[in-house]
Write a protein that binds this ligand. Structure first.
Ligand SMILES: NC(=O)c1ccc[n+]([C@@H]2O[C@H](COP(=O)([O-])OP(=O)(O)OC[C@H]3O[C@@H](n4cnc5c(N)ncnc54)[C@H](O)[C@@H]3O)[C@@H](O)[C@H]2O)c1
Length: 322
């Protein structure tokens, strides 16, 4: 039985959640981690992500599903704040399975908020996404921009999460920071995401698929920068009991798909081999974060360049596949 845990991290076995969990433990927090090993990608990958945290005395793991409230109702734990990272992620698969995305990302989030309210837990950091901006024409994307036109079910569920957290902030005085992550990459990145997929295919000498002409761009953000932003958001909800904030966590430096692909081939010392395919529905044209709010409220400054971050990812990938 769990007796005490300060920070509840949902999605602790995933890419971002596992890095965050380690950072919290290294910073002296106790962590209660929850994950259901969702089959979106292999369980063994997530178990490997969790290995370091599991060896730490201040980490407790609960294998559970946020769509189910039975375990939440039975949870006997002293939780000070919740960092809600768990979600069905991925834009394209959300078009195939919208109901799955709504049940985990909307109903699951609602279950957690309900539980927090009943337990008197009032501090929340929520993982939202740059995808809420849809095909925003104005760049860089600012938190003041309209976000009423999500172009995928995934984007809709993330915006719905931000709105739900507002309702609980308003009704029950919860202090909330919603963080809009911009294409996070680094060691342990989800295998479905472009950088991981491309490195795998380049390594196997397979042609890499490029959807569109390579002119779409993303504000790739290295995972340690994202995690530093989440840690700062946790401090923010601790220090501001009445907060409701939406904050971009990006890199403020968009890179085209073409440049990304060229950089990966250079780092992996291979000859480019690209297969051009039509653009995919649901994919946005560009993402570009205005991070001035994050800098002002959280002291956030991303400091890992794309070359450096990709180099670290390639080294990690090679070490893993030896
Ligand atoms: N990676 C990115 O570039 C990116 C960008 C924007 C937003 N985000 C958001 O950040 C968060 C983490 O993304 P990630 O890339 O680390 O994804 P991930 O899939 O690696 O991690 C999500 C974790 O949540 C768990 N999970 C899923 N459904 C669950 C459920 N019903 N109950 C309990 N656990 C469940 C999964 O098993 C997984 O371990 C997600 O909320 C995602 O939407 C990620």
């Amino acid at each position: 039985m769990i007796s005490s845990a300060q920070i509840l991290v949902t999605g602790c076995a995933g890419f971002i959640g596992s890095h965050l969990t380690e950072q919290l433990l290294n910073s002296g927090y106790q962590v209660l981690g929850v994950d259901n090993f969702d089959p979106f990608y292999d369980r063994s990958v997530k178990e490997r992500n969790l290995a370091t945290a599991l060896a730490h005395p201040d980490f407790t793991f609960v294998e559970a599903d946020i769509r189910d409230t039975t375990w939440l109702d039975a949870l006997n734990a002293d939780v000070d704040a919740v960092i809600h990272i768990a979600a069905k992620a991925g834009v394209r698969p959300s078009i195939e399975q919208p109901a799955e995305y709504v049940s985990t990302n909307v109903t699951g989030t609602h279950n957690l908020l309900n539980w927090m309210q009943r337990k008197g837990i009032s501090k929340l950091v929520f993982a939202s996404s740059s995808s809420v901006y849809g095909n925003n024409e104005k760049i860089p994307f600012s938190e003041h921009d309209a976000v009423e036109q999500p172009i995928s079910p995934y984007a809709f569920t993330k915006r719905a999460g931000e709105l739900l957290t507002y309702t609980y902030h308003h009704l029950y005085d919860m202090s909330v920071v919603n963080l809009r992550f911009f294409t996070v990459y680094g060691e342990r990145q989800r295998p479905d995401l472009a950088i991981h997929k491309f490195v795998r295919m380049i390594d196997r000498d397979e042609p890499i698929p490029m959807f569109g002409q390579g002119d779409t761009s993303r504000d790739y953000t290295y995972v340690s920068d994202t995690v530093n932003g989440i840690m700062a958001a946790l401090r923010y909800v601790n220090e501001h009991p009445d907060a409701y904030e939406i904050i971009n966590l990006g890199n403020h430096s968009p890179v085209t798909l073409q440049t990304l692909v060229e950089t990966l081939y250079r780092l992996m010392e291979k000859t480019p081999n690209v297969q051009h395919l039509p653009k995919q529905p649901g994919d946005v044209e560009r993402t570009y974060a205005d991070v001035s709010r994050a800098a002002r409220l959280l002291g956030y400054t991303p400091n890992v360049s794309l070359d450096e971050g990709l180099g670290r990812f390639v080294d990690w990938y090679k070490a893993l596949s030896k």
